[in-house]
Design a protein around this ligand. Structure first.
Ligand SMILES: NC(=O)c1ccc[n+]([C@@H]2O[C@H](COP(=O)([O-])OP(=O)(O)OC[C@H]3O[C@@H](n4cnc5c(N)ncnc54)[C@H](O)[C@@H]3O)[C@@H](O)[C@H]2O)c1
Length: 302
């Protein structure tokens, strides 16, 4: 897939999934602005891309504030003359049960994932609309945002909100030819290395490149960051012109499309519903109760 002439920004691209996205976009011919809160990591990725013959510059900064977002877009335009693709990948975790979570832990996670996505996409879409030739917004959700996850009040709120914004933006940006999608990735990174069921396999892969087992890649859709990069390149390319407003899962051997929430059962009563009438009718709707949480991994017997 040829992205020559396209200019991309990837936030949080100093390591993990963001790094894989930046490297894959550059390998496909895009010029990439590599952002990360860790300036050394951003510089290292940009250097590695240029050493391999690609085009990249580092633009460090912690996304969240408007000024950081605006500077990112300004750098893309100053360096490469335009902006075609934005991947809002930067992220942090501050996991804690609800009753132990501090205001600061809540705000920190929303600042990066939610405000960071909002400010960066707003700056990018302003530039893309001014250019008048369309564009690509690729935001990043999570299974935790799609289904909820114990210990992740802040993170599941932010990630669900990201997908909510994606649906809204896909409509608002359609006329300008800007597609807006969410990637829902699963991969072995610093963020997932401590999940107990995955930890031994992630450690072995990190230590000496031992491939993740087939059951993990297929049944759990859990692979390495590079496994998720093809989806980002596809969404950045002309081949995905018709794809917008979607939440697309990727990980290991699995590519998936997430459903959008919709009403799955309804009852009607002329004049409306009292509490007693709801209680009487509830069994008819309650049989459609929806499951919550990310299903636990099914580790095969060795
Ligand atoms: N790894 C997974 O399985 C998984 C699953 C679902 C969603 N995600 C999402 O994918 C994205 C990448 O996750 P990862 O697993 O590669 O994590 P990671 O921790 O390996 O990498 C995240 C990167 O973002 C950077 N970062 C943190 N805050 C930043 C900020 N304010 N501005 C700029 N950079 C910042 C970090 O320095 C780091 O380099 C995140 O949005 C994460 O929530 C990951």
């Amino acid at each position: 897939m040829d992205l020559s002439g396209r200019v991309a920004i990837v936030t949080g691209a100093g390591r993990g999934l963001g790094r894989a996205y930046a490297e894959a976009l550059a390998a496909a011919g895009a010029s990439v602005v590599v952002n990360d809160a860790d300036s050394g990591a951003a510089a290292e990725v940009a250097e590695k891309i240029t050493a391999a013959g690609g085009m990249a510059v580092a633009q460090p900064g912690a996304v969240g504030p408007t000024e950081v977002a605006d500077r990112l877009v300004e750098r893309a335009v100053a360096e490469y003359g335009r902006l075609d693709v934005l991947v809002t990948n930067a992220g942090i975790l501050r996991d804690r049960m609800l009753w132990n979570m501090s205001d600061e832990e809540f705000d920190d996670v929303l600042q990066v994932h939610l405000r960071g996505t909002f400010t960066c996409v707003r700056a990018a879409v302003r530039q893309m609309r001014a250019q008048g030739s369309g564009g690509r917004i690729i935001a990043v959700g999570s299974p935790a945002g799609q289904r909820g996850n114990v210990g992740q009040t802040n993170y599941s709120a932010a990630k669900a909100a990201v997908v909510g914004m994606v649906r809204t933006w896909s409509m608002e940006c359609a006329r300008a030819g800007i597609t807006v999608n969410a990637v829902i990735p699963v991969a072995a990174t610093a963020m997932t290395a401590t999940i107990p069921a995955f930890a031994p396999y992630v450690s072995a892969w990190q230590a000496d490149g031992t491939p993740l087992p087939g059951w993990l890649r297929a049944a759990e859709g859990f692979g390495v960051p590079e496994d998720a990069a093809g989806l980002v390149v596809f969404l950045a390319s002309a081949r995905s012109d018709h794809v917008t407003g979607q939440a697309i899962g990727i990980g290991g051997d699995k590519l998936s499309l997430w459903s959008h929430p919709q009403e799955i059962a309804a009852a009607y009563r002329a004049g409306g519903w009292s509490a007693d009438e709801i209680a009487e009718t509830w069994p008819a709707l309650g049989r459609w109760n929806q499951p919550v949480g990310i299903p636990a991994p099914e580790v095969p017997h060795q």
